[in-house]
Design a protein around this ligand. Structure first.
Ligand code: KMT
Ligand code: NI
Length: 180
């Protein structure tokens, strides 16, 4: 089961767990309802997994994909990228990540603007809706390999908070008020 929890706001290393004391786990269904974040577990090592991934790509129109390996030796401008991934931001489109190897944390804002930390490991497929405030960090393993999907020509540009004037943010807030 995917693990997600509410974060403490301590200034220790971003790669640590940052659990509250005592730890307070979050519920995936509730987070889905209040933030629109989607999650699937898809085992890349069996045929069903491949079929499920193909079906998801077709259903959601994901016609672009590439692979990104985040580690000191494999990612150009590593330090700069790591910093920008962990700066709270939104995008104009969904952020879709399928974890192939390694691990890391996606932090997303819940409906009360609290940070929820989602630990991702191989086989996890996470969709962050357009306009949700989020950030990403490696954990202490310092390595993740992900497949990125996109509908059409990819746009990876982050818009750092505050980004209230961006239309994907306005749309996101409307959807959140209506219920996803
Ligand atoms: C983003 O935009 O937040 C990212 O691409 C994070 C890196 S994906 C593991
Ligand atoms: Ni992002």
């Amino acid at each position: 089961m995917v693990q997600l929890w509410y974060m403490n706001s301590g200034s220790e290393d971003q790669r640590l767990e940052h659990h509250l004391t005592p730890p307070q786990l979050a519920d995936l269904d509730q987070i889905n309802e209040e933030t629109g974040v989607l999650y699937w577990k898809i085992d890349p090592n069996n045929d069903d997994g491949e079929d499920n991934l193909d079906k998801l790509k077709t259903d959601r129109g994901y016609n672009y994909e590439d692979i990104m390996e985040i580690s000191k030796g494999t990612l150009p401008n590593y330090e700069e990228k790591i910093k920008s991934f962990f700066t709270e931001h939104i995008h104009t489109e969904e952020e879709i990540r399928y974890i192939l190897d390694g691990s890391g944390y996606f932090d997303i804002r819940d409906a009360s603007d609290h940070w929820v930390r989602i630990k991702v490991i191989p086989g996890d497929l996470l969709v962050l809706p357009a306009g949700i405030y989020h950030r990403f960090t490696l954990d202490t393993n310092n390595y993740i390999k992900v497949k990125r999907f996109f509908v059409g020509e990819p746009v990876w540009t982050p818009h750092n908070r505050p980004a209230e004037e961006i239309s994907s943010r306005k749309e996101y807030i409307k959807k959140q008020q209506k219920g996803f």
